[in-house]
Design a protein around this ligand. Sequence first.
Ligand SMILES: Cc1cc2nc3c(=O)[nH]c(=O)nc-3n(C[C@H](O)[C@H](O)[C@H](O)COP(=O)(O)O)c2cc1C
Length: 304
Amino acid sequence: MDEKLQVNIGRGLLLKNPVMTASGTFGYGSEYNEFVDLNHLGGIIVKGLSLKPSKGNPPPRIVETPSGMLNAIGLENVGIDAFISEKLPFLKQFQTPVITNIYGRDMDEYAALALRVEETEGIAGVEVNISCPNVKLGGIAFGADPDSAHRVVQAVRNQTTKHVMVKLSPNVTDIVEIASGVEDAGADSLSLINTLTGMAVDIDTCCPKLANITGGLSGPAIKPIAVYMVYHTAKALDIPIVGCGGIISANDALEFIMAGASAVQVGTANLTNPQATLDVLEGIEQFMKQEGIQDISEIIGAAH
Ligand SMILES: Cc1cc2nc3c(=O)[nH]c(=O)nc-3n(C[C@H](O)[C@H](O)[C@H](O)COP(=O)(O)O)c2cc1C
């Protein structure tokens, strides 16, 4: 293990390097096994899981946009039980922490999911999705209001001693207000950002391009917003931050790290370059070598 790349994102969760996968863009890990040695990743965050399996939204659910994409998958997933029995055994063979992204329609579901994680060996923690713009119940309904965000995180915290990362939405007026409530509720780290709500219209049919009408915008188009939100939140709070949004290269990841992120998540880039995570990691190592940086902690939050 290369110690100079190690980062501690809270509650003793030590990542061998700062590069993780963003939920929903890396399946359950096995889908990328032929492209990426999963042992090289800092952490694997799997597709958002609910208590029961979900088919998600009807198609079309994806639209390409300039420098990005809109998705309205609507959290299609196998459900926590099938994940634990069918997907987790594969992931357990790797020396990489697995974090389950969880999503509930109400507080009780979030709590029940957290309890399943607590009881299951081989899962390092949860990423609590209170920021999905593509579902009717839960998701952003919790993440846009400081009080609801606080209560969801408290419900999760009460059920687990494992790492609790909370994924924040950019679709809010003041992200620091939400972040601070979530920190008070016992979160160990924050991940930001989830997608920005967007829409595209087909001018030939005069219809929205997505069956769901709106979707979440991701990819390089959102990177400056994400970097700003990481910088702004990191300046205001002490909790470790995991930066996400439009990272396709090491330079992008370094921007987030210098803005204050202790680790990063690579999302949409995996869909066009299945080795994006490893390319980002290799580039960070090269940059550190070239600049004589002994430890990644030297550059976390270094932007001034
Ligand atoms: C197809 C797709 C599915 C996603 N599914 C989830 C999900 O299940 N849970 C979640 O918290 N975020 C989900 N996201 C959001 C990403 O994890 C990430 O926060 C967002 O896309 C911004 O990062 P990026 O620009 O690198 O993709 C999804 C994004 C995409 C593009």
